[in-house]
Design a protein around this ligand. Sequence first.
Ligand code: VGL
Ligand code: ZN
Length: 299
Amino acid sequence: MLTNASLFLYITVTLTFSGLSECRNNAALIIIDMQDCFISGGSLAVTGSDDIIPIINTIRDKYQDKWSMVVLSQDWHPTGHVSFASSHPGGQSSMTLQYSPKGQLCTSESINVSKFPDAISCQGIPDTKTLSQVLWPDHCVQNVTSGPSSASFAPRLKVEGDDVIIQKGTDREIDSYSAFFDNGGFGKTRLDDELRARGITHVFVTGVAADFCVYFTSLDAQELGYETYYVMDATKPVSDGTYKTATQNLAKKGVHLITTDMMPEIFKEMTQDHSGGHRPLGLSILLPLTIALMIEIVL
Ligand code: VGL
Ligand code: ZN
């Protein structure tokens, strides 16, 4: 009798918790690169980026109970970074970079070996990867906290103690627009692991630049299986042309292009999903099993 009762209790508890954990929708707010270097006075100031600071703060506060986590990415380049025009001769606005399959920068006539001593000769190495790199002014330099290339978060941006901060572009030899992967897909940041550890299913992406880091982060989030929302009025682009292509591609890939006024409805639907909709696998196996066991016990 006692065995039956404890078995029943065990099954009920398992059922409840497997149901809860698997049904649950968890949202994360992702704030991309809202740093001094990208706002007015910054070396790579994105037009209008100051105006989205209060919008992002409002999203954060208004839906405070919806965020299982808040993530801030920080463009965090060492001096002499490969994405800086000043690291290359010639003053071009973009250049081609080649990498070994392991992600090592290959030497070439346009690579200054005194600036990139770790570059290797890729002669004879199969499957090298060629990336087109836009060359930017020096920006978001590690540990610089004032002046145009300051990497500090924008002073008016709300940052809290338990926010997860993801630094990217930290490797001198490769750039990283996405907060998930570097531009060659060679290395991964902690972001995916952090989101998974908290059971995040939905991500809302904001910040700058709409056509670079917000774009590539959203693309990767979608690819990694997160339900991805690109919040159009909480982001600003470097240029209109790249913004248009970026948003068209996001829509094609299934990323939701939304505005903040749509968020109450989206959260309402997320909550409904939670109780109804499709039943998770764990529950669909456990439910008949429990019923069968209970019948067994009673008989
Ligand atoms: C970014 C250009 C260079 C961005 C970062 O945050 O979108 N853009 N580095
Ligand atoms: Zn950068």
